[in-house]
Design a binder for this molecule. Structure first.
Ligand SMILES: NC(=O)c1ccc[n+]([C@@H]2O[C@H](COP(=O)([O-])OP(=O)(O)OC[C@H]3O[C@@H](n4cnc5c(N)ncnc54)[C@H](O)[C@@H]3O)[C@@H](O)[C@H]2O)c1
Ligand SMILES: [Zn+2]
Length: 696
């Protein structure tokens, strides 16, 4: 059996480690451990080493605890992510500790123990490492161990699997007391190598960095092998009672549901969505035990802090998804009422006010899992954490009875004053945080500058463009410079009705919905009217007038389902207001865009949908339009050389300035943001001043 199991690989390389000092080895070990999500979840767990250092004050050798600081992730941590504390001072805190009610006060003393002016804040897990009398300590959240820790008889299971090597401690919230408990455990069991913490995770220790790493892997591997021997051939979660829809139907239903949910849970603070239908999720949502297990809630504190204590299950009739939408309000209402009950039952006199009572995780039989949070990465990570919770429930319920964390314990962590203080310290969100922008022509000059401006203000962006290569480049660039979570791209011809509809559905699945449409995809053409053939006329009308119609119609449909307003910005042209020689097809199509925007502003106002227009002129730099024959034709039309054109336009402008893609992006950002909340049906010319395009 065991040879089929996927065991954790020992990735320690003696050659690499030989060149490292003790903090370096701690970092190396931490990154190795955090690289495999079966060892610990994102941001979960911590590692430490007790290192002899030279005291900058006395020049003498002192013992210093290096331990992962507050808020880091062991997989990606760097040396500056560790807090450093004088061991002697940390030990001395024991003499002023007055017992469990005094725990939170002790956190305030940790900064007093700081070694070498290190500004990284020590986490509440610091005593858990400091009071274990071994030089190296790993604290991990492996699914296989949490499955044991979340089993009803976890103490017996721990003994059965690990014998006397690994001990067991009952659930206790991490803090000073748990540190003392661990220290006392080691004192009573000097030969033990670690402990399983009930409903939480694993602690392991050793006096050498490599030994500690290998021990951690060995213990987790033992658990993996044991589970495999117990569960092979067994049906998980009581078996399947719902069938998965095919992949495209699952996505189609997610696309339909997500904007509806987003609108209903994102009124006070916009949320972003994430869809996951991996096999582990489908196995759980289709199972007989879905309802009872989901109701028990998640166990590991890390899991539920991300996912809320329990998910919302939405039962779906695949033949009639609209029926599920009709029941959404009632389902959400019931969830919020239960959350308020949980808050009121568990709150203390000094608890922070109730936070957002909406669910984070939505489970839909046949379809998969949706997760929503204030930004895309947080939504994705919440989903990943729920997959961890599913793995834990699968393990625990197959060998024992799964138990969630008691509500009061969960509450005491969720509303811990220290957690609240952390939330209060978070930087103010950016102006477009939680917003999704769909930018057509997003791989072109103005589109790319716009995407960049919006990303910089915290928006997520969908780049939609017909040019596949340019899309790929733009997407990779933004993913690298901003975040892979915040950017998606979709190949789209804006004249293709079906493709437009599909691209909005795609955006809805990727982010949960859309808040801002920047309709910008375009071309230009030049010819006197006599030689303007029908193909040229139609091409301008198709891409500019019809393309803008198709994408804004789809945006309106989505905004109306989402019910939290919406924002449309058209990138038209000075030439839509001012007649220009030898470009009648282009000018007429641009005029159509401008008037379409006004009509839509009128229609959308009552639903909080704003529609405004930006008119660029002569943006040569970065524009693909100006790389083509348009440039030659425009030069010819003014009797100029191609290279004289930019200077010609600058001189022609009232302000004598060149207009750049960033200038257009700035106006689009203004109209797309709440800074212009009271403007609709407006036009902003960004043309360095041009009397013909003055509006009146
Ligand atoms: N650059 C200027 O001087 C200027 C002046 C006035 C108006 N505009 C308008 O600004 C917008 C952006 O122009 P730009 O200067 O960034 O040009 P650009 O060519 O750099 O960008 C336009 C983008 O639209 C894409 N596109 C073209 N046809 C498409 C289609 N059918 N479906 C989807 N995508 C398509 C192109 O691939 C390109 O990436 C256009 O609407 C243009 O008319 C530009
Ligand atoms: Zn932990």
């Amino acid at each position: 059996m065991a040879d089929k199991v996927q065991l954790l690989d020992n990735r320690w390389d003696d050659q690499i480690a030989a060149g490292l000092d003790e903090p370096g080895k701690l970092l190396y070990r931490s990154n190795l451990l955090g690289a495999d999500k079966r060892i610990t979840n994102y941001g979960g767990g911590n590692t430490s080493a007790k290192v002899s250092e030279t005291d900058p004050l006395t020049g003498k050798s002192v013992e210093v605890l290096w331990v992962k600081g507050s808020g880091g992730d062991v997989g990606t941590i760097k040396l500056d992510g560790f807090a450093t504390l004088y061991m002697e001072k940390l030990e001395s805190l024991k003499s002023i500790y007055k017992g469990i009610d005094d725990e939170d006060r002790m956190v305030g003393f940790l900064p007093h123990c700081t070694f070498n002016l290190n500004s990284r804040a020590a986490s509440i897990d610091t005593p858990l490492h400091g009071f274990v009398p071994f030089r190296h300590v790993d604290h991990m959240h492996p699914d296989a161990i949490i499955a044991i820790a979340a089993s009803k008889n976890s103490r017996e299971l721990t003994k059965e699997i690990f014998g006397d090597a690994i001990g067991w401690l009952p659930w206790r919230r991490p803090g000073f007391q748990l540190g003392l408990d661990l220290g006392a455990y080691v004192a009573a069991h000097p030969n033990s190598k670690g402990v399983v913490l009930e409903s939480h995770g694993l602690f392991t220790w050793a006096d050498d960095a490599k030994d500690c790493y290998e021990l951690t892997l060995d213990i987790i591997n033992k658990a993996i092998v044991w589970f495999d021997s117990k569960t092979a051939g067994k049906i998980a979660f009581g078996g399947e009672i719902a069938r998965s829809l095919d992949a495209s139907s699952r996505r189609a239903i997610a696309a339909k549901l997500m904007p509806e949910i987003r609108g209903k849970i994102g009124v006070s603070e916009r949320k972003l969505g994430h869809f996951d239908d991996q096999p582990a999720v489908l196995e759980f949502v289709n199972s007989k035990d879905l309802h009872p297990l989901a109701a028990l809630g998640t166990s590991c504190p890390d899991h539920f802090l991300r996912t809320k204590i329990r998910p919302l299950v939405l039962d779906l009739d695949p033949a009639n998804p609209d029926a599920t939408i009709e029941t959404l309000d009632a389902a959400l209402e019931a969830y919020r009422a239960d959350y308020a009950r949980y808050y009121n039952d568990c709150k203390h006199a000094n608890s922070p006010a109730m936070r957002d009572p909406n669910p984070v995780i939505f489970l839909i039989p046949g379809v998969g899992m949706l997760s929503f949070a204030k930004d895309k990465a947080t939504a994705r990570i919440a989903g990943e954490f729920y997959v961890n919770a599913i793995n834990v429930m699968r393990g625990a319920s197959s060998v024992s009875e799964y138990q969630g964390l008691p509500e009061q314990e969960a509450f005491d962590i969720e509303y811990w004053l220290l957690e609240e203080a952390k939330l209060q310290r978070m930087p103010k969100p950016k102006s477009l945080a939680g917003r999704v922008a769909f930018v057509t022509g997003g791989a072109g000059g103005i589109g790319r500058a716009t995407a960049e401006r919006l990303l910089g203000q915290g928006a997520c962006v969908v780049l939609a463009d017909i040019d596949t290569d340019a899309l790929k480049t733009a997407n990779a660039d933004f993913a690298q410079r901003y975040s892979a979570d915040a950017v998606r791209s979709v190949q789209l011809n804006v004249t293709d009705e079906t493709a437009v509809i599909a691209s909005f559905a795609e955006a809805s699945v990727e982010f949960g919905g859309i808040d801002i449409l920047v309709s910008n995809a375009g071309i230009a053409s030049s010819a006197p009217i006599e030689t303007t053939d029908l193909a040229m006329w139609n091409r301008n009308m198709d891409i500019l007038a019809t393309g803008y119609f198709l994408v804004s119609r789809e945006a309106f449909r989505l905004f109306r389902r989402q019910t939290i307003g919406g924002n449309v910005v058209f990138v038209a042209s000075k030439n839509g207001l001012a007649a220009s020689p030898n470009a009648s097809a282009y000018c007429a199509a641009k005029a159509a865009e401008i008037h379409l925007a006004r009509c839509l502003a009128l229609e959308g106002a009552e639903a909080g949908i704003r529609v405004n227009t930006v008119n660029p002129d002569a943006v040569l730099r970065g524009s693909k339009i100006w790389n083509g024959e348009w440039r030659e034709q425009r030069a010819a039309s003014s009797n100029l050389q191609v290279e004289e054109l930019e200077e010609h336009y600058r001189k022609r402008s009232l302000l004598k300035l060149n207009v750049l893609p960033e200038d257009i992006a700035e106006a689009i950002y203004f109209l797309a943001s709440d800074a212009s909340a009271k403007s609709t049906g407006n036009i902003i010319n960004v043309d360095a001043g041009n009397v013909q395009s003055f509006t009146r």
